[in-house]
Design a protein around this ligand. Structure first.
Ligand SMILES: *[C@@H]1O[C@H](CO)[C@@H](O)[C@H](O)[C@H]1NC(C)=O
Length: 463
């Protein structure tokens, strides 16, 4: 009898029990899933990513202290911040009153950079083949940017590079075409023309050489290099120019000056140390200790305070160096030690016009010769320095966005497929990127926000 009395009550005990148990395991499963997703999510600051194997660098410390904080931040920034943004406004193409005019001559390099794909076009296979050499992939569709991560980038290069692309979308709403691009963010070009002659792979990076297919793209420092306190270009250039006007060219120290880091596996920089003799070689070579500069809050390494010499030497580092633009900005005669690498704008430089070429095989004598020539031909030398500065002055951020726009447009015309975001990619928007930025990065990023263009981008000269 007793079992009869009890039996109807059994389910009432059972149901909450089963419910509690399944809720418990569901939560467990969910937490496990979330943890799994978090540990597989690459981010703009390098969470869950290994450094590029072709150029290893130490892992960055992350800001978050605990595992939970990190998981929360990744979920918050990567999955929850772009949901309510609308991209660049997609279809609403802006009507401009006037024309954009013709692009500067050096934009012609865009066609030369893309020449390897003029016949074959850029296929999905080309892009897939570039993946092996890439740190990340950028797919822009309908004015929204999606990023697929493969490796971490050193310092904040990825963050500032992607920021630049987001600003491009902001500057030309509804105009940037759908595109699928592979990027590497380390210095040395890797797509050797001989090795890849059968199958040139399209890979964007900050520089190239005559022997490489790598496609140059404006480097991150135009939007700022927070680790060494270099501000966005549209703040840095006017500041350098202003400081350069404080001392007229003729009143500057009549010698060649270089300040930098010689310990970057650069033979030419090591050799340059031998030219450090004012009387014998007319040169002054100084060591930049970035660690010390950082400790001192960068008070003594302002670029604007480095325009006190009539001549400024540019020596490539491990590959090309971001310093070229700052050296040219001084209005001093830029002495370029025969560069091997080119970046997107250096193709616009002309020897004896806006800089002087230094023979790397006769390094010190060549510097000495040029310094002596300049000191004997003041007017001509001063004009070379001035034209170098004018060239950099013409390279405004607006121009740089025009370059990016034309490069991406030409590249997209070559694609023979319709880009779609890969399933593993995540949208990166202004908010998600700022979400990962530390305080200093955020300051630099927000200060380099682009405004909507009021004129259309310049057009490339007809072929
Ligand atoms: C170059 O010479 C100057 C003056 O003699 C000296 O102060 C400086 O430390 C030298 N530079 C290097 C890199 O040794």
């Amino acid at each position: 009898m007793s079992w009869l009395m009890h039996s109807p009550r059994t389910p009432t005990y059972l149901i909450p029990c089963v419910l509690a148990l399944s809720l418990f395991s569901l939560t467990g499963l969910l937490l496990y899933k979330v943890d799994d997703v978090v540990s597989r999510t690459g981010t703009v600051v390098g969470h869950n990513l290994e450094p590029t194997p072709w150029h290893v660098f130490p892992h960055k410390p992350f800001d978050e202290e605990t595992r939970q904080q990190r998981a929360y931040k990744i979920l918050q920034c990567s999955y929850l911040t772009c949901r309510y943004t609308t991209g660049d406004g997609g279809g609403e193409r802006r009507k401009f009153p006037g024309g954009g005019g013709q692009c500067p001559e050096f934009f012609g390099a865009i066609r030369r950079d893309l020449e390897p794909w003029m016949v074959s076009r850029i296929t999905k296979d080309h892009v897939a083949a570039a993946q092996r050499l890439a740190a990340f992939r950028v797919v822009i569709v309908g004015g929204k940017m999606f990023v697929d991560w493969y490796y971490a980038c050193v310092q904040s290069r990825a963050m500032f590079t992607l920021w630049g692309l987001l600003q491009l979308l902001r500057r030309y709403p509804g105009m940037v075409p759908d595109v699928d691009m592979m990027f590497d963010c380390m210095d040395k070009p890797t797509v050797n023309r001989i090795e890849y002659q059968g199958m040139p792979v399209p890979l964007f990076r900050y520089c190239t050489t005559k022997e490489h297919f790598d496609i140059p793209f404006p480097d991150w420092s135009f939007w700022g290099w927070s680790e060494i306190n270099i501000r966005p270009w549209d703040e840095e250039f006017p500041d350098i120019k202003r400081a350069s006007q404080a001392v007229s060219w003729r009143d500057r120290i009549p010698r060649a000056y270089w300040k930098g880091n010689p310990d970057v596996s650069s033979p030419i920089r090591m050799e340059l140390l031998n030219c450090n003799h004012s009387r014998k070689w007319g040169a002054q070579i100084m060591r930049q200790d970035w660690d010390e500069a950082a400790r001192d809050g960068f008070h003594h390494s302002r670029l604007a305070d480095q325009c006190n010499h009539r001549y400024k030497i540019y020596a490539e580092g491990y590959a090309w160096s971001v310093s070229l633009k700052y050296i040219l900005s001084c209005g001093s005669v830029a002495l370029l030690i025969a560069p091997q690498y080119e970046d997107f704008f250096s193709r616009g430089l002309v020897a004896d016009q806006n800089y002087c070429l230094i023979d790397p095989l006769k390094l010190c004598p060549s510097i000495k010769y040029t310094v002596e020539w300049g000191n004997q031909h003041l007017e001509e030398a001063e004009a070379i320095g001035r034209r170098g500065q004018e060239f950099m002055e013409s390279l405004t951020m607006d121009r740089i966005y025009e370059y990016m726009f034309n490069l991406i447009s030409e590249y997209s015309k070559l694609q023979d497929f319709k880009p779609t975001p890969p399933p593993t990619s995540l949208e990166v928007c202004v908010e998600s990127l700022l979400c990962f930025a530390d305080e200093k990065q955020r300051t630099f990023l927000t200060r380099s926000t682009a405004s909507r263009a009021v004129t259309p981008p310049c057009t490339l000269r007809p072929i």
